[in-house]
Design a protein around this ligand. Sequence first.
Ligand code: IMP
Length: 191
Amino acid sequence: MKLIFATNNKHKLEEVREILGNQFEILSLKDINCFEEIPETQSTIKGNASQKAHYIYNKYKIDCFADDTGLEINALNGAPGVYSARYAGENCSYEDNVQKVLKELKNETNRKAQFKTVISLIINKKEYFFEGKIKGKITNNKQGTSGFGYDPVFLPEGYSETFAELSAVEKNKISHRGLATQKLIKFLARL
Ligand code: IMP
C-alpha cells in the first residue's frame, strides 16, 4: 500500500520507515517531486498536522499522512510548543533552539517537559488523528550525539540516557512519534 508521508525531514522519514517496516511503501515528498514549502500556519500541533496532510492530499490526490510535533516545557508555560522548529527565530538551527532552551531554563529547578506528536491521516477521503506523548525532563547540558532537534537535552521519564544517547530503535519504541506511529499502524492494519 502506497502512502505519502508529507515531510521533508530525513530523520523523521527514516524513523517512520523503520517502524512501518515492509508493510507499507512510504513515499516522501521528494519521491513525488514535491519540493515546495508546506504551510504550517495553525496555532496548534493538531491544526498544523491537519493543514499539511490536506495540502498534500488536495494537490496529489494520494492517501497521505503528516505529523507535527512540539516540545512542551512546563516552566515555560508549554513553550516552545507549536513553535519548536523556529524557537530561536526563522532559519535557526537545532543547536540554536537547544541553546535557547538551556538558557531559558538556567537556574530553573522545574525541568519537566513532554514531547507531543499528532499525526493526521487522510485515507479513503476521511481524516483520522493519532497522538503520542512522552514525559521527561530537560537536562542541564547536552548529552549524546544521535537523533536530532532537542534530543540531546530530553531525558525520557524512567531513563538515565537522553534521546540522543539511545539507539534509533530504543527511541522509536518510546518516543512521541513512535507511539503516534504505532497507533497509525494498528489502524492501517485493520483496514
Ligand atoms: P515538526 O514540526 O514535527 O517538524 O517538529 C518541530 C520541531 O520539534 C523540530 O524542528 C525539532 O526541533 C523538534 N522535534 C520534533 N521531533 C523531535 C524529536 O523526535 N526529537 C527532538 N526534537 C524533535
